[in-house]
Design a protein around this ligand. Structure first.
Ligand code: SF4
Length: 364
């Protein structure tokens, strides 16, 4: 398939792998930020093809995984109301809240619907004027433009029965938290190509300079990732800390202006809690004053919900690259994709799920 096979070409992969083996002299810990990259690394066995000294650790870039427990409890509470049609992308339905998940609410008779676009939720609102329609607006910078556009459209159409439960998070503040942690071991990053397609990569330049770490913007195919690892190891070996764009077929330095404009109109930056990590200042989006009528939290009075993570789950450490999923005592035992304890086992982009799915790891 054109534009795909060339990024899965084994000969090209071998050339980059040979180069990585040739230049590696020291131990390096490189974090791929995005769960989509983690998925590819596990699927194609990329870690196993690298020199033993190059260690890939898995970052917080899975939106389902970092959505905090209380946000799920808020969603479940709203979805349980008889006057509400609750809409969401499908991957949020099985993420456990404190007591149950959205799929259980649906099984108990709640009107919980999977939509494939936030504008689909706006359409449902238009067709059901006697119901309240709530969309679970989850994700990173990548999904923010589409979600912002849905709110913008709802306002433009005069819909009073549409609102969004916002749980948007931003990558650069989380990267800074990882780098400034006393237990940090990450020395270089593969930045997520889709986030940079929207936002550009300029935000990473001051972080690279401040913490002396290279960032390589990569895509999600094996050649993207292997080439990104080569560029990262090369900089580390040469003592450099620059931002390099491997994914130039999609990413520009400044990103997508139109997407950024709609995001800025509808959302502004707020502190956000990350599952397993805690609150990070300026790390998320909330609705601007102009769009505050569309805030489901205030509409349904769930702003003050709080919840504690299950004590067994070390997802916070997995998401910061401190531990690998198979180092969790619950991995593959009390926590499996069928019976997940934490969100990193639920989402197909979650590191625990990727390890469970693609690795023959002994757990006993
Ligand atoms: S294996 Fe399960 S319990 Fe352990 S960190 Fe992953 S999601 Fe949490």
């Amino acid at each position: 398939m054109k534009y795909l096979n060339e990024f899965r070409n084994p000969e090209i992969a071998k050339k980059y792998l040979d180069k990585i083996h040739k230049i590696t002299t020291k131990e390096w810990n490189i974090m791929e930020i995005c769960g989509g990259q983690t998925h590819s690394i596990m699927k194609y066995g990329i870690q196993e093809m690298l020199p033993k000294k190059v260690n890939l650790v898995h970052g917080p870039g899975c939106p389902v995984c970092v959505t905090p427990l209380e946000q799920l409890d808020k969603a479940i509470s709203i979805a349980s109301r008889s006057d509400v049609i609750f809409t969401s992308f499908g991957d949020m339905l099985r993420v456990p809240g404190s007591e149950k998940d959205l799929l259980s609410v649906k099984a108990e008779g709640g009107d919980v619907r999977v939509v494939y676009s936030p504008l689909g939720a706006v359409q449902i609102a238009q067709e059901n004027p006697d119901k309240e329609i709530v969309f679970f607006a989850v994700g990173f910078e990548t999904t923010a433009p589409g979600n912002a556009m849905a709110v913008h459209q709802a306002k433009k159409r005069g819909l009073k029965n549409f609102s969004v439960l916002v749980s948007h998070v931003l990558v650069p503040p989380a990267v800074e938290v990882i780098l400034s942690s006393p237990i940090n071991k990450v020395q270089g990053f593969l930045a997520a190509g889709h986030v940079c397609t929207v936002m550009g990569y300029q935000e990473y330049i001051p972080i690279a300079e401040k913490y002396k770490v290279p960032f390589i913007v990569t895509g999600f195919e094996p050649i993207d990732i292997i080439e990104g690892i080569y560029q990262c190891v090369k900089q580390l070996e040469e003592g450099k800390s620059e931002v390099v764009n491997q994914y130039s077929r999609s990413v520009s330095a400044k990103g997508n202006n139109n997407a950024q404009n709609i995001v800025t109109e509808v959302f502004d930056t707020k502190p956000r809690k990350w599952r397993g990590i805690g609150e990070i200042p300026g790390s998320g989006f909330g609705l601007t004053k102009q769009y505050s009528d569309f805030d489901a939290e205030t509409k349904f009075g769930v702003e003050e919900y709080k919840a504690e993570e299950p004590a067994e789950c070390i997802a916070g450490l997995v998401l910061q690259g401190v531990n690998k999923p198979n180092e969790c005592p619950a991995f593959g035992k009390s926590c499996t994709p069928e019976h997940p304890l934490g969100a990193t086992m639920v989402s197909t982009e979650g590191a625990c799920s990727a390890y469970y799915r693609y690795r023959n790891i002994k757990t006993s």
